[in-house]
Structures are given as structure tokens and as C-alpha cells.
Design a protein around this ligand. Sequence first.
Ligand code: PAF
Length: 267
Amino acid sequence: MRARQAGQRVALVPTMGYLHEGHLSLVDRARRQAEWVALSIFVNPLQFGPSEDLARYPRDLERDLAAAGARGVDLVFAPEVAEMYPHGEPAVVVVAEHLQDRLCGAVRPGHFRGVLTVVAKLLGIVRPDTAVFGQKDFQQSVLIRRMVRDLDIEVEIDVAPTVREADGVAMSSRNSYLRPDERAQARALYEALSVGRDRFRAGWTVASDLLKSMRAVLSAYPLVKVEYLEVVDAETLESLSRVSPGCVAAVAAYLGETRLIDNVVLD
Ligand code: PAF
């Protein structure tokens, strides 16, 4: 790769496309860390369960190429499934043992096996100095950090703060699925997490009290069906009964057919 030969630092922003400002903020962040920024667009079938939204996942490559170009991305890597998995489903995959069975992993079996496997492949193909991910996918970022640490993969993992819409909703390609009434109630997730964080800042440390106050917010939004709401340790992802600085409050909820996730660090 020419950039590497010229001694330039290379950054990778892995995405599944349908780029929004959240992704593009990762590009800006990558740019601050490297002279050469690559962005991958790949809707990875390995991380979708049989009843999940692989077929209808939003895609618009032309719009993505324009957005990436306008933001100064040097290379877009947008492989076909057959290029990434030429021999079908890989026989060797990356599994994160117990860490992948908590939070989202508990309700999306096999999801993180698919994520870690494709991220390992992308890191192997692009060989960046740094790779940038979003904090919205909190469990994903924890597992990726553990993967590069435990497997001695030579790359820095940078995790960027969640970019939010004006009403606090975390930017996500899946927000495009929401009906207007669902979109209006999607704010409940961040509103609840913010209440939890405010109470923690006010001195509350009993997790069940924080969870109760957050559940009270969520229950005011009838379209929101909570899948999980937990306060966890930021490394082990274990649920806590006592909360200390650096723990994470995380939520997953359905609005109609659309599953949204969000989290905040209790600081
Ligand atoms: O966060 C995502 O968009 C995906 O999980 C990732 C990291 C690009 C792997 O497919």
C-alpha cells in the first residue's frame, strides 16, 4: 500500500454503510490520527441471526461513496459477500467466550462471533495503525478491544462518543426503519439513561434504585418495549448491584419491529 510505503499512518473506519453523521464523525476522528483514512462498507451476513434484518438492512452505496468522498476518505473498501467469504461460512471464527453472552449477545446468539470474525478479517486486509468504532455499540467495542489484546493484533482501537440527533436519539442506520410515531418515542432511551446518569452524579450508587428510576422514564413511552436495561462493569460486562464511576448503563428496546440500543458511561 502506497501510504504505508510513504510512512503514513493508516486509519480504518469499519461500517455497514448507509452512512450518517455518526459514521462521518468517526472519519473526522480517524483523520486526526492518520494521514490516510480507509472506510469499509460491508453488511456482514455472519453477524445477523436467521430472523434478523439482513435482507432489509438499508443500503445506498452511491450515496455512501459521495458522503465518504466529501468527507475526505482516501479509500472505500466495499467488498461483495463472495469476496469476504469466498469459501462460504468460515471454518475458523473469533469467539469471545462469556463476554459475548451478555447484554446484546444474550439475545442475539452468534452476533458477536460474526462481528469479531469480520473485524479480524478487515484488520488483516487493511492492516491499519488505528481503527475507529462508535461507543453506541458499547459491547462491540469492549469485545474488539479484548480481541486485539488477547490475540496480539497490532492495531490501536479508538472508541468515539455517540453522535446524537437533536432530541438525544443515538444516530443509527436502523433509525430509518422507524415510523414517525415510533421515532418520536425513540428519545425515551437516552432520556432514561440520562436520568440514571444524573441520579448517579447526585450520589445514588445502588443499581436497583438507578434502574427503577430509568424504568419509570421508559414506561412513560408506550411504544417502547424494553429488551434489557442494565448497569454493568465496563470491562467484564457483569451486572452490578453497587455502581462506581466508569460503569455503563445500557439499554436495548424495540419500537415496533426496530431494535435500538444505547448506553451512557456513569461518570
Ligand atoms: O458496527 C458495525 O457497523 C459493525 O458491527 C461492524 C463493526 C462494521 C462489523 O460488521
